[in-house]
Design a protein around this ligand. Structure first.
Ligand code: NDP
Length: 477
């Protein structure tokens, strides 16, 4: 199957006529082809988006909202098809795509389609001298670039607020997982999205992504991906004074205190370690455990990890395949590094070859102990099913370990002591803190990281603010 770009309301082949192989990570075999687009396709998309902007940005919000709600409902009507496609492209279990990824993509459209109906502007009165009101105007043609781990979930998380606030969009999914973005373009046509409002250009980051970043008339880029790519984008875009939202890597700590609800903590820690094969930027990969329960935690956690089933994503499994051969090898190299740095692999560490799918990219969930907090394994993002466990003695020591990396995306704290929960939450250098839970998201709340985990916030009205420019109008009485 050959995918196509979605430009000016129609599905079109890339100008180059070239396609890239798209591999099913559960089998290791090529199953489709994705356009190898370049700056010429981006330029076509820009022209279409620019032409659509005056009408889309001035359209009544209720009408814009209705089109986006239609996209959401068509996504849910096609849940099964989308979930299977997401799983085949990414390697994640079908049940996960069906219960999380695709419903969340629909919620993203619903959330922003309705948010704009309830948004309002500020006024600042200067007693009887003057009145200021602040308009929030769309930016024009904006760029959205997303990664492979939560393909449609993160793609729609950017596109939806951009469209809702009146912008026209050029979007690029990861070339590793383009399929649901392609299916989304079919749905947009069916939903009656006006031509040029959303354009999806497939291809490689250094070609398509780069063309978007350096395009002189795209004033804003919303990017989710690795920290190294984020740095490159910031370097390119800064001299052009573009607005940037960068959601980057993480090395998230879990702080587990002896006074926590142990059973609840174990159940959720399994999930926060290995959900989506550990390929979620929010996964807790450094598990810090209070010394008095360290042995109890270690024995029970390892026992439960050994029970996790790894296998073909269509089956009754906890973990499917790693997204690509290259990424699997990167994760394996970190397991080797962990051993070289003096760690002991308590369970996992090996490739898995499910019967009938021996060519797929499967890894065991892996737990490593005995590493220093500042070694590379504990400082660099692995982004796979690998966690380290480490004891701590005091709250201060736990916080020092937790805050020791260059990242600052999210942290999870397990404690029944309310004072400690508040104090630790305030001291953590992260954009998100979960207490006694993980990945519980209210779409109204700000989302993003500090330090090298990113710049800016997505989520709720923060995203609508990013995709609009405030303009103050001052009227003298
Ligand atoms: P990458 O940074 O490699 O790629 C992300 C996107 O950027 C892809 O679409 C990629 O294209 C594109 N890209 C690559 N090079 C360029 C360039 N020069 N100019 C413009 N675009 C470019 O990240 P991964 O896809 O490997 O995703 C994993 C990373 O994403 C992890 O570090 C993870 O932590 C992070 N992430 C962060 C989240 C957050 O909210 N903070 C959420 C989820 C993931 P292509 O792949 O097609 O070449």
């Amino acid at each position: 199957m050959k995918m196509l770009n979605y430009i000016n309301g129609t599905l079109v082949a890339p100008i180059s006529g070239d396609y890239l192989d798209n591999t099913d990570p559960s089998t290791g075999e090529i199953f489709s082809y994705v356009p190898d687009s370049d700056e010429r396709d981006v330029q076509l998309a820009y022209e279409a988006a620019n032409a659509a902007f005056p009408t889309w940005s001035k359209m009544a919000k209720s009408k814009r909202s209705a089109i986006m709600m239609k996209v959401a409902s068509l996504l849910l009507e096609n849940l099964d098809r989308f979930a299977k496609a997401e799983s085949q492209d990414n390697g994640k279990p079908v049940w996960l795509a069906e219960s999380v990824d695709i419903p969340r993509a629909a919620s993203n459209f619903e959330f922003y389609a309705t948010a704009i109906l309830h948004d309002s502007a500020e006024t600042h009165e200067m007693e009887d001298v003057a009145l200021n009101y602040t308009m929030r105007q769309p930016l024009g043609v904006v760029g959205c670039i997303s990664p492979w781990n939560l393909p449609l979930y993160l793609f729609s998380w950017k596109i939806a607020p951009a469209l809702a606030s009146g912008n026209c969009v050029i979007a690029k999914p990861s070339e590793v997982t383009p399929l649901t973005a392609y299916l989304l373009s079919e749905i947009c046509i069916e939903a009656g999205m006006p031509a040029g409002v959303l354009n999806i250009v497939h291809g490689l980051g250094p070609k398509v992504g780069e063309a978007m970043i350096v395009h002189p008339d795209i004033p804003a880029i919303s990017f989710t991906g690795g920290t190294a790519t984020g740095k490159h984008i910031a370097r390119q875009a800064a001299p052009m004074f573009k607005k940037l939202s960068l959601e980057l890597g993480g090395k998230n700590p879990n702080l587990i205190f002896a006074d926590c609800d142990f059973e609840k903590m174990i159940k959720t820690t399994l999930r926060s370690s290995f959900a989506n094969q550990g390929e979620i930027c929010l996964c807790g990969s450094r598990i810090l455990v209070e010394e008095s329960i360290y042995t109890q935690f270690k024995e029970r956690f390892v026992e439960e990890v050994r029970k996790l089933k790894v296998g073909h994503p269509s089956g009754d499994v906890n973990m499917g395949a790693i997204v690509s051969k290259g990424h699997m090898e990167k994760v394996q190299s970190y397991i080797e590094l962990g051993k070289e740095e003096g760690g002991t692999v308590l369970c996992g560490g090996n490739r898995v070859y499910p019967e009938g799918y021996e060519g797929g990219f499967y890894l065991e969930p892996t737990v490593i102990e005995g590493l220093d907090y500042d070694c590379r394994t504990n400082q660099e993002e692995i982004f796979g099913p690998v966690v380290t466990i480490m004891p701590f003695k005091t709250d201060e020591e736990a916080l020092m370990y937790a805050n020791s990396t260059k990242f600052g995306l999210a942290a999870t704290v397990w404690t029944s002591n309310l004072n400690r929960a508040h104090k630790v939450a305030a001291e953590l250098h992260t954009g998100i803190v979960w207490i006694n839970t993980w990945l519980l998201r209210d779409l109204r709340t700000p989302f993003g990281g500090v330090k090298q985990s990113g710049v800016g916030r997505e989520g709720g009205f923060e995203a609508l603010r990013f995709f609009t420019e405030p303009k103050n109008v001052c009227i003298k009485f």
